[in-house]
Design a protein around this ligand. Structure first.
Ligand code: PMP
Length: 369
């Protein structure tokens, strides 16, 4: 065998696959590391899901609806009830998680000779979509408070002329939401040569008073708003992400998607979930309250804490953040070592899980004094 086998693309050699460390629940019982929703589906919802899946199972010899028409209708209905208006099914697209939705956007609108841009610190998968689609990647920088300086951001867009700007709101890992004027200014700066993708994976957790970019869709035809069922909807295991955008953008994505990319079981699962919206979103308010309490508590410990509109909180700064992370793991609490140097990120769990987090962090900090 030659030393370079398998014959991987040069730029992929030596690259570690993306992913947070996964640890067994029996070893680290409190898992607050990947921004999941801690509330599992009820037995009733699980039974409805099983029922729907067993119905489609009888037809699994057939390919699913390639255009997932029924699901697009339901998703449009949900978006219109949560900040959007006049969103029609042809303005909706979905794939296996919003990561896949965004990678498809880069496949269709990025590519060789084109540039994708974001503002750091931000979600670490973005440069991977760019790498996978041979799109050039550039980053501007966020301010000290992790917000955007709009003049600087606009100037960067005008200078670099990106085909795609990826902006999460709320941002991961900082939790920072974008004001609507930021979306409008950047949509105008990007113009018809590109798309502004506002990644609202954590959109449902926004604090009151922070509007969704969905409201701006009628004003900007180059605006794309992505969402996911993995966070507020508490369905990370189902793998369903989606977007709302101009019908021409959705239509273009049909060119790059693999045929039948959304399985019949995925479509059935997402469809049942959408009929249980109230139950699935019931804990969003609890998580927001727990998030705000976590921010206050961490500040009370004398730590720096980023304002958060998401279901996680970035806090620091630690001279040796790895040692603090390890101290928590040793006490049965898994958080995420991510973000700028010295910071750590904790996902918001149940009240009991957050008590374990506070106890473990207090003990860890005491043991290091
Ligand atoms: N966007 C952001 C900002 C995220 O943090 C995540 C998940 N961590 C995603 C998108 C992708 O989530 P999914 O593929 O599960 O929809």
């Amino acid at each position: 065998m030659s030393a370079s086998f398998p014959p991987l693309r040069d730029e992929l050699r030596g690259i570690e696959p993306y992913g947070a460390p996964q640890m067994a629940h029996d070893r680290v019982p409190v898992q607050l590391n990947v921004n999941e929703n801690p509330y599992a589906p009820s037995a009733e919802l699980a039974a409805s899901l099983a029922n729907a899946v067993s119905t489609v199972a009888l037809e699994l010899n057939r390919y699913p609806d390639r255009e997932f028409v029924a699901l697009r209708e339901q998703l449009a209905g949900y978006l219109n009830a949560s900040g959007g208006s006049d969103i029609t099914p042809d303005m909706v697209w979905a794939a296996n998680g919003s990561n896949e939705v965004m990678q498809q956007l880069l496949q269709a609108f990025g590519g060789p000779g084109r540039l994708a841009l974001s503002f750091a610190p931000t979600y670490s998968m973005y440069p991977e979509y760019a790498r996978n689609t041979l799109t050039e990647w550039a980053v501007g920088h966020r301010e000290e408070d992790f917000g955007l300086d709009l003049d600087r951001a606009r100037a960067l867009v005008e200078e670099r002329r990106p085909s795609i700007v990826l902006l999460p709101s709320p941002n991961n890992p900082t939790g920072t939401a974008l004001p609507p004027e930021a979306v409008s200014v950047l949509c105008e700066a990007v113009g018809d040569d590109g798309l502004l993708v506002v990644d609202e994976a954590y959109g449902e957790f926004r604090r009151t008073g922070t509007p969704s970019a969905l409201e701006l869709l009628p004003r900007h035809r180059n605006l794309v708003v992505t969402r996911t069922m993995s966070k507020a909807f508490a369905l990370a295991g189902a793998r369903l992400g989606y977007l709302a955008a101009d019908p021409a953008i959705c239509d273009a994505l049909r060119i790059v998607r693999l045929p039948y990319h959304l399985s019949a079981t995925t479509q059935a699962t997402a469809s049942v979930a959408l009929s249980y919206v109230d139950e699935l979103l019931a804990h969003v308010d609890d998580l927001r309250v727990e998030r705000d309490a976590t921010v206050s508590w961490l500040r009370g410990q004398g730590l720096d804490v980023a304002d958060s509109d998401a279901n996680f909180v970035l806090f620091g700064r630690f001279a040796d953040r790895h040692a603090v992370w390890q101290g928590l793991v040793d006490r049965g609490v898994l958080i995420r070592e991510t973000g700028p140097a010295g910071w750590l990120r904790v996902s918001i769990g149940t009240a009991d899980e957050m008590t374990s987090f506070r106890t473990a962090l207090t003990e860890t900090m005491e043991s290091r004094q």
